[in-house]
Design a protein around this ligand. Structure first.
Ligand code: MN
Ligand code: MN
Length: 467
C-alpha cells in the first residue's frame, strides 16, 4: 500500500474532483455508450420535426407494449399507456406499484427545434424563379441557414377535414431546396454589416423552381408550374397553404464526428437528445417502477412553451389527472409529491469562444449530464431556480447509480441566457431540476454532442424513474 501524502488525501477528501468521463467508464460502459448512440441516431433521422418525431416515438412505444390511453380504462401496476397531443407532442407513462398519491417521476423534454416555417402565402415568383417565403421559428442565427440543403416536412389540412402529409427530401431521389447567399465578389457592403443584420429575415426565401410553364403567355409561369406539380402530387391548391404547417429543415442525416467517433453531428439535438434519453429510459425499465414514471415530449419550447401543444398547456395536467382519477387521487395531491427532471440541453464550453463562458461553472463535453440549478438571464430572471434539497436529491440518486454528471451554467452572467420547460413544471407545484446534454453550436442547423454525455443523460433518466 502506498501511503498518500497529506495534501493528496486532503484534496481527495475535501475538493470536488472533476475528471473526463472517458477516464471513469469501464469497457462494458464504453460499449453501451456506442450501442445506445446508434439507436439515438436512428431516432434523430426518423423524426426531424415534432410531428415525425411523435409518429416514430409512438411506433417504438407500441412495439414495446404501450397502448393508447382511454379515459376510464383500468390501470394496473406495470400498465404502459401514452396519449398524443394533436400530433405534435406525446406523454407516456408506466404505472407504478405505489399509488398516485405518492407522486409521479417525470422526465420532460421538447421535440420542436429551430427551423424555417412557410408563411401562409408562401409561393411567389421573382425574375422567373419560384420561392417560398419563410418565417423562422425559434432562436436561429440567420446566416447559418443560407446555402445549405433543406428538405420540407409537414401537413396541409384541407377544408374537408382531411390532412395531407408533405415530405420532400427524405425519399430516394427526392429533390432538395436551398436559400441562396451573395457571392463574395459582390458582398463588400454586406460583409460590413453586423452578423445579425447581414441576412435579413425577409431574404430567407427558399428556391423551389425555375422552369416556366410551356406554351403559356401569362404571368407567373414558373410559379404556376410549381403549383401544378404540388397539385399533382398532393392534390392541393395555393389557398391550402393557409391551413398548412410546412417546415424547412436541414437535409442531412446525423453522423459520427471525429476520428475517434466520440461525437455526433446532427440537426435537432436540441432537444431530441434528451427526448430520446427520457423515452428510451422509460422503454428500458426492467420492472414495474415504484412511482408511476411519466415521459413528456412537448412541442413549442423554442417559442416559450406556449400554445395548446406547449408545456404550459393543460394537456399535461389532464393526462396526469386522468391517471389519478383511476385511483380516485386528486391531481394536486399527486403533483405536490412528484419530481420532474426537465431534460433539456445546455451549452458546452467551447475553447474557440472561451470568453463567453465562466470556466468553473460551464459544462464540458464528455463530463456527463449537466445539471442546471437555474437557467434564465441576468439576475436569474425566468429561472425556476431549483431548491438546494432538490439538487441534493438528484446528486445522491446519480452518484448511487454511478451516473456521470457535472454542474452547468449557460455562459457568463450577463452575457446571455436561456430557458426550458422547468419553470412551467415548477409552477405546477412539482419539484423540478434542469439537466441535459451539453451541446456545441446549439441551435445551428448542425449541432454537436458527445456520445458519453448522451448515454449519461439516458442513465440519469433511468435513475429518476427507478427512484
Ligand atoms: Mn432545448
Ligand atoms: Mn433550444
Amino acid at each position: 500500500m502506498d501511503k498518500k501524502k497529506p495534501g493528496e488525501q486532503l484534496r481527495e477528501d475535501l475538493l470536488h474532483q472533476k475528471k473526463n468521463g472517458w477516464d471513469r467508464v469501464d469497457e462494458a460502459t464504453e460499449k453501451a455508450i456506442f450501442d445506445y448512440c446508434d439507436g439515438y441516431m436512428d431516432y434523430l433521422d426518423a423524426g426531424k420535426t415534432e410531428r415525425t418525431c411523435v409518429e416514430n416515438t409512438v411506433e417504438l412505444a407500441k412495439a414495446a407494449g404501450f397502448v393508447p390511453f382511454q379515459r376510464g380504462m383500468e390501470l394496473k401496476p406495470g400498465a404502459k399507456v401514452y396519449r398524443v397531443n394533436r400530433g405534435k407532442g406525446v406523454n407516456l407513462a408506466v404505472i407504478g406499484s405505489a399509488p398516485m398519491d405518492q407522486g409521479v417521476t417525470i422526465c420532460a423534454a421538447h421535440i420542436d427545434s429551430p427551423r424555417l416555417d412557410l408563411k401562409p402565402t408562401p409561393l411567389y415568383e421573382d425574375s422567373e424563379m419560384a420561392f417560398f417565403k419563410t418565417h423562422y421559428y425559434g432562436g436561429i442565427r440567420k446566416y447559418q441557414w443560407v446555402t445549405i440543403p433543406l428538405e420540407l416536412r409537414g401537413v396541409v389540412a384541407l377544408k374537408d377535414g382531411s390532412v395531407v402529409k408533405v415530405s420532400v427530401g427524405d425519399g430516394d431521389g427526392d429533390p432538395l431546396f436551398t436559400i441562396d447567399d451573395l457571392l463574395p465578389h459582390l458582398a463588400a457592403a454586406q460583409s460590413q454589416k453586423k452578423l445579425a443584420e447581414a441576412i435579413p429575415a425577409e431574404t430567407l426565401n427558399i428556391l423551389v423552381g425555375s422552369r416556366p410553364l410551356k406554351d403559356d403567355e401569362g404571368s407567373d409561369r414558373v410559379k404556376i408550374a410549381v403549383m401544378k406539380l404540388l397539385n399533382e402530387r398532393y392534390g392541393i391548391t395555393e389557398a391550402d397553404f393557409i391551413s398548412a404547417e410546412l417546415e424547412a429543415v436541414p437535409a442531412f442525416d446525423s453522423c459520427d464526428i471525429g476520428f475517434d467517433r466520440s461525437l455526433i453531428g446532427s440537426y435537432g439535438h436540441d432537444d431530441r437528445v434528451c427526448a430520446y434519453a427520457a423515452f428510451k429510459a422509460l422503454l428500458d425499465l426492467p420492472s414495474t417502477p415504484v412511482r408511476t414514471a411519466v415521459c413528456v415530449l412537448a412541442d413549442k419550447e423554442e417559442i416559450g412553451s406556449v400554445g395548446v401543444s406547449g408545456m404550459q398547456s393543460r394537456f399535461f395536467d389532464t393526462f396526469v389527472e386522468d391517471l389519478c382519477a383511476s385511483q380516485n387521487v386528486p391531481l394536486r395531491v399527486c403533483l405536490e409529491k412528484s419530481f420532474c427532471l426537465s431534460t433539456d440541453v445546455t451549452a458546452a464550453f467551447d475553447p474557440n469562444f472561451a470568453d463567453v463562458f465562466e470556466k468553473n461553472n460551464a459544462a464540458r463535453i464528455n463530463y456527463g449530464i449537466g445539471l442546471c440549478k437555474y437557467t434564465g438571464r441576468a439576475g436569474k430572471s425566468g429561472a425556476s431556480d431549483a431548491g438546494a434539497e432538490t439538487v441534493a436529491y438528484v446528486r445522491r440518486l446519480l452518484d448511487d447509480r454511478k451516473v456521470l454528471w457535472q454542474m452547468a451554467e449557460l455562459g457568463k452572467t450577463d452575457v446571455g441566457g436561456g430557458g426550458t420547460v422547468a419553470l412551467f413544471m415548477a409552477n405546477r407545484n412539482i419539484d423540478t431540476l434542469d439537466a441535459g446534454v451539453p451541446v456545441l453550436s446549439m441551435h445551428a442547423p448542425f449541432e454537436t454532442v458527445s456520445k458519453l454525455d448522451c448515454y449519461m443523460t439516458y442513465a440519469a433518466c433511468r435513475a429518476i424513474y427507478e427512484g
